[in-house]
Design a protein around this ligand. Structure first.
Ligand SMILES: Nc1nc2c(ncn2[C@@H]2O[C@H](COP(=O)(O)OP(=O)(O)OP(=O)(O)O)[C@@H](O)[C@H]2O)c(=O)[nH]1
Ligand SMILES: [Mg+2]
Length: 309
């Protein structure tokens, strides 16, 4: 009798400093863009689940916000979401940047791992962005990292170009516990479409706007209407904290918001697979960073208490 291979399924948390390339790696693993990516830090605000198959193993990747020293209430909710994702996972992958090495931020994440992660939970290291450094420097960094923490395995990858990603995927597949799959075989993400659509618009805003502004706005999908002609009408609200910010988001004669809307509409259409009509509205909401509803919409937990503490 031919023996059939056991199904496996589990969760892999991607953690690391802001900008390490976690979302890029998630998208590369899944083969679709489900988590937004920018060159700026603190792009991802909540846990995003992407799903991929490797043979008979289903790996659910959990992209998390970067780990950093939180200041605002939103920062604290993001960091709490990231650690929550890590402690729930079967395997943790810590991403670091090859050209930055063992930074202070990485050292403090390693301290966090020692404090929070139960004995026996496997933690792998992925040295990312290897396309940015010479091969010689990688060996020294790998040695430095393994002296700092007993990683189960170390991988050298370029999340953007895909180098080393298959090897990491196969290893993770073998680490998944035996058991039934959590999702249908062809499902790629476990994030509501309306949230991904809002994130795409936030990505365009973040790419286009400077300095603090991207951190002081949020985007929500207000209405999603699938039309009989096969198109979808999507209405979104961009909440900003100040009047002045509204003017900047709109731009001269509405030029900035128009360009952002076009870029977002193209990506959202690609994501849903058909034509989309996108309507953006900017609202000033001085206190949105202190409103529980805004956190719920992002999938974050709102914690009571002094936001600065
Ligand atoms: N050169 C190079 N750049 C990369 C690589 N992987 C990611 N990047 C870039 O690094 C930047 C940050 O990538 P993200 O995937 O948004 O990083 P993140 O860890 O999700 O960041 P946060 O969500 O802010 O925590 C983007 O500009 C990516 O294009 C890589 O392998 N090589
Ligand atoms: Mg990210």
């Amino acid at each position: 009798m031919a023996e059939t291979e056991q199904h496996r399924a589990g969760f892999v948390a991607l953690i690391g400093e802001p900008n390490a390339g976690k979302s890029t790696l998630l998208n590369q693993m899944v083969g679709a863009k489900i988590s937004i990516v920018t060159h700026k830090v603190q792009t991802t605000r909540t846990r995003i689940r992407g799903i991929c198959m490797d043979g008979q193993a289903q790996i659910v990747f959990v992209d998390t916000p970067g780990l950093f020293r939180p200041r605002r209430r939103l920062d604290r909710a993001m960091v709490a979401a990231a650690w929550g994702g890590a402690t729930d996972a079967d395997v943790i992958v810590l991403l670091i940047e090859a050209h930055r090495g063992l930074t202070e931020g990485v050292a403090s994440i390693i301290e966090g791992l020692k404090d929070r992660i139960p004995q026996g939970q496997k933690i792998a290291l992925a040295i990312n962005k290897i396309d940015r450094v010479k091969a010689e420097s990688l060996l020294a960094l790998a040695q430095e990292m393994s002296a700092a923490f007993p990683f189960a395995e170390t991988f050298m990858i370029s999340a953007e170009r895909g180098h080393g990603v298959e090897k990491l995927k196969h290893w993770l597949a073998g680490e998944m516990p035996e058991g039934e799959w959590f999702y249908p075989e062809d499902q790629l993400a476990d994030v509501p479409q309306r949230q991904i659509a809002a994130e795409i618009t936030r990505e365009k805003l973040t790419l286009r706007l400077h300095e603090e502004l991207p951190y002081q706005l949020t985007v929500e999908t207000e209405k999603w209407e699938d039309k009989p002609d096969g198109t979808t009408r999507i209405d979104q609200i961009i909440y900003v904290a100040r009047d002045g910010h509204k003017g900047i988001v709109l731009g001269d004669g509405g030029e900035t918001i128009k360009q952002i809307g076009t870029a977002a509409r193209i990506d959202i259409s690609e994501f849903v697979g058909h034509k989309v009509h996108l309507f953006l509205q900017v609202k000033v909401r001085p206190n949105w960073l202190e409103e529980p509803e805004r956190y719920a919409e992002m999938g974050l937990e709102f914690k009571d208490g002094n936001p600065e503490s």
